[in-house]
Design a protein around this ligand. Sequence first.
Ligand code: NDP
Length: 389
Amino acid sequence: MTGENTQKRIAIFGSTGSIGKQALEVIASNSSLFSVEILTANSNADLLIEQALKFTPNLVVIGDESKYLKVKEALASSHVKVFAGEKALEEAASMDCYDMMLAAIVGFAGLRPTLKAIEAGKPIALANKETLVVAGDIIMQQAVGNRVPLIPVDSEHSAIFQCLVGETRNRIEKVVLTASGGPFLGKKPNFLVNVKRDHALQHPNWTMGAKISIDSATLMNKGLEMIEAKWLFNLKPEQVQVVVHPQSIIHSMVVFEDGSMKAQMGLPDMKLPIQYALAFPQRIPNAFPRYDFRKPNTLTFEEPDLKTFRNLSLATEALFKGGNLPCIMNAANEIAVFAFLRNRIGFLDMTDLIQRTMEKVDFIPNPDLEQYFESDAEARNFAASLIHL
Ligand code: NDP
């Protein structure tokens, strides 16, 4: 926040996505607290233009350079600046004009802009979990070195973060990440082999972007979250546990060394963790629906089925082994999900593709940033070559 202006100036990287759009709803409902300074999209020029006309940010960035003229012309009569291309995302992230980045780009593409924002000392509301999966050690070192708070937006990590407020001196025994189980909870491989994209995209409790919806259906999302939790909360791999909780009311839990457990609860609505991250350390009122304990309701818990949902086992292996293995796994997963969404491979083929890529690409125990980028590229190329993409 600057000068007399008490509004927090927000830069939304990935404003045309599921998280980006919900963040804009939160901001529109709290316009005395937040203003929008930067909006970015990859290729959805129409929505970016609509958002820019409504929120009049300082700057918009469209990743796809072929859409630059379209956006520029549509915003010609406004004061909104227009940049285009991958490098422009990094330039925008380094600018002075904003107070907090909401990192809501999907996948590996979010890593560079988020790193730039951290180097520029900007607090991050972090939705883009892949950033921590790929290069968690470097991101956390940079964040600590630049005194940059990383406030999680992922509902599980927001839950843990909220449970830890006021507990700085107390040791964590473990964290328990809850998983809804996705649309195929209880299903076996003979069913999954025939699953198609439209069915896999239908999550029972959450409405999300395509990639994370598929990750939820394969349980890779929970695997990515285990690695995200390790970095965010400085945990050992064995301190991160997953439990299936199909109702998605408990968003995650912390067990302290005295055996006491704290859980954060609420109806599944991403606007709540988004709002919490943007407003932290304040809580702000809202009219979101509340969970009603008086209505008959059962909260259940079970172990994940690791034999069927093998992505979670692969992610656990990556979590324990560390190095560039999570980066390799993430790259192969991005290719696998991309191919599945285009009906190029089947549901179970995704796991085989990821496993073969993890076995193929050389393991590096302590990679530097360049080596992470190289591992990502090598893993993508190898995974794509397996399916002739
Ligand atoms: P979406 O696919 O809905 O949106 C992704 C956003 O990133 C869009 O604005 C998209 O632009 C932009 N984008 C995509 N590729 C690139 C690229 N190569 N360069 C620049 N921008 C790009 O994703 P979600 O909103 O669902 O998820 C965003 C992140 O938040 C993910 O990391 C996800 O795991 C995480 N997350 C999401 C949750 C959810 O409920 N959706 C919950 C918890 C975490 P365009 O629209 O132009 O393609």
